[in-house]
Write a protein that binds this ligand. Structure first.
Ligand SMILES: Cc1cc2nc3c(=O)[nH]c(=O)nc-3n(C[C@H](O)[C@H](O)[C@H](O)COP(=O)(O)OP(=O)(O)OC[C@H]3O[C@@H](n4cnc5c(N)ncnc54)[C@H](O)[C@@H]3O)c2cc1C
Length: 408
């Protein structure tokens, strides 16, 4: 590192960390450390389950992105953040001193100590998790007997996963799907009308929703619920619960009562003035949804505030901007949610794809998104082929428009 420039270490280079890095100039000596080699677009990983997307469609080379921003990428796992000595320690034994640090390490899965969950349930958090589930679904489809898939968690990612598994019926793969949800309805953080509409779409398919149920025990063949019901499970997908990554719990940046790392409105740690926190692992005074668009917006402010702090300037406040949300249900429908307003149409899938393509291009190169257009065009043409064209036949457009509905 060049000691003449202020040193910035960014721990975690996905949504929040990568955007923050893109906001810092080469006036700073910036190192982005991440345990995984590629940037992963998690909001679309469920599409790997149906084969609409593959691994390469939802990742970017993190090293190339960081290099284009003019910074250094280090592929390593951070084991400790030491605020007192102002350095970060990594698994490979490196000590990275900093003048300012951003923690953007996201979250990790939480199985609440459920017996058998760590051994038998497959995660759906990373691209490689989705690839693994996709392969299991392939193997199950090749058998004579119809397989039973249990999805634990009826939130957005659980419902989207169910939709992609249903999309496989187009290639003749049929599964019985069970969704287990502890609350009284699925999609609990979204309008009630959306949950009702989702249940109505599911009724035409072999999907059973079990609400007000928790999972008590998992084996390689079954899932036992709190009511005593035992569901057959050739595959169990764990899509419920998240918590602070373990290495942050001992960082001194949270106390025993904190679930996440508390920050002020400027995204500065409540426990250390030179450390900022952005994305899923941050807890604002007014908590926001743990979503990619919030993580990116926080990354922008955190990057700017690090530059401002190091230049002795006033910091900016993070103000969450509510964004409409698109929730997909395979090729059956996509819902647009804006506050209490919900509309549904299969054609909205094209909107979701457009947001994804535009944001990937911006992350690949914020200043010249078109310069790296060949990889983007490659991704877009594949997605167009597999995802958009099947929706855009005249018959589908007609059915889609006819099937467009205001849900609530
Ligand atoms: C299946 C699924 C579907 C989703 N769908 C949507 C959606 O439709 N819309 C939406 O807005 N959001 C969605 N989300 C949520 C969204 O993905 C998260 O809010 C977002 O990823 C948070 O960004 P982040 O930068 O805070 O953390 P992350 O994206 O989780 O990135 C954290 C980074 O830190 C790195 N890291 C962690 N620990 C270490 C360590 N010890 N050392 C080095 N590096 C480390 C990780 O490798 C990772 O790259 C979805 C999430 C999932 C799992």
């Amino acid at each position: 590192m060049n000691p003449s420039r202020p040193r910035v270490v960014i721990v975690g280079g996905n949504f929040a960390g990568l955007v923050a890095a893109s906001r810092l100039s080469d006036d700073h000596d910036v190192t982005v450390v991440d345990a995984r080699i590629d940037f992963e677009w998690t909001p679309n990983i469920h599409e790997i389950l149906s084969g609409v997307k593959t691994r390469s469609n939802v990742v970017l080379s993190r090293a190339e992105c960081v290099e284009r921003y003019g910074h250094t990428f280090l592929h390593d796992t951070v084991t400790r953040i030491d605020p007192d000595n102002e350095h970060v320690l990594t698994e490979s034994g490196l000590v990275l001193p900093f003048d300012a640090c951003l923690i953007a390490a996201g979250s990790q899965r939480q199985t609440y100590g459920v017996e058998g969950a760590d051994k038998h349930a497959l995660n759906l958090r990373l691209v490689d998790d989705a690839v693994k589930i996709g392969r299991r679904l392939d193997r199950l489809a090749a058998r004579d007997r119809r397989a039973s898939v249990v999805i634990v968690g009826g939130g957005v990612s659980g419902v989207e996963a169910a939709g992609e598994i249903l999309r496989r019926r187009g290639q003749g793969d049929e599964y019985d799907i069970h969704i287990v949800e502890m609350e009284s309805r699925i999609l609990g953080q979204l309008p009630r009308g959306l949950a009702k509409d989702a249940i109505a779409r599911m009724e035409a398919h072999p999907v059973t929703v079990h609400t007000e149920e928790t999972v008590e025990k998992l084996t390689s063949r079954s899932v036992t619920l709190s009511s005593g019901k035992k569901l057959p499970a050739d595959l169990c997908i764990w899509s419920a619960g998240m918590t602070l990554p373990g290495f942050l719990a001992e960082s001194g940046l949270a106390d025993d009562d904190d679930t996440w790392l508390p920050v002020d409105e400027m995204l500065r740690s409540c426990y250390d003035g030179n450390i900022f926190v952005a994305g899923d692992c941050a807890e604002l005074p007014e908590p926001v949804r743990k979503q990619a668009y919030n993580a990116m917006n926080m990354g922008e402010i955190a990057g700017d505030n690090i530059a401002r702090l190091l230049a002795g300037r006033r910091l900016r406040r993070f103000r969450p901007s509510p964004m409409p949300m698109l929730v997909s249900f395979g090729d059956i429908t996509t819902w647009l949610v804006a506050g209490d307003f919900v509309a549904a149409s299969p054609v909205l899938a094209t909107g979701k794809e457009a947001v994804y393509q535009a944001t990937m291009a911006r992350l690949a190169s914020p200043k010249q998104p078109l310069k790296y257009s060949s990889e983007i065009i490659g991704r877009a043409s594949l997605a167009t082929h597999k995802l958009l064209l099947p929706q855009l036949t005249a018959q589908k457009i007609f059915a889609g428009l006819m099937g467009s509905r205001i849900v609530s």
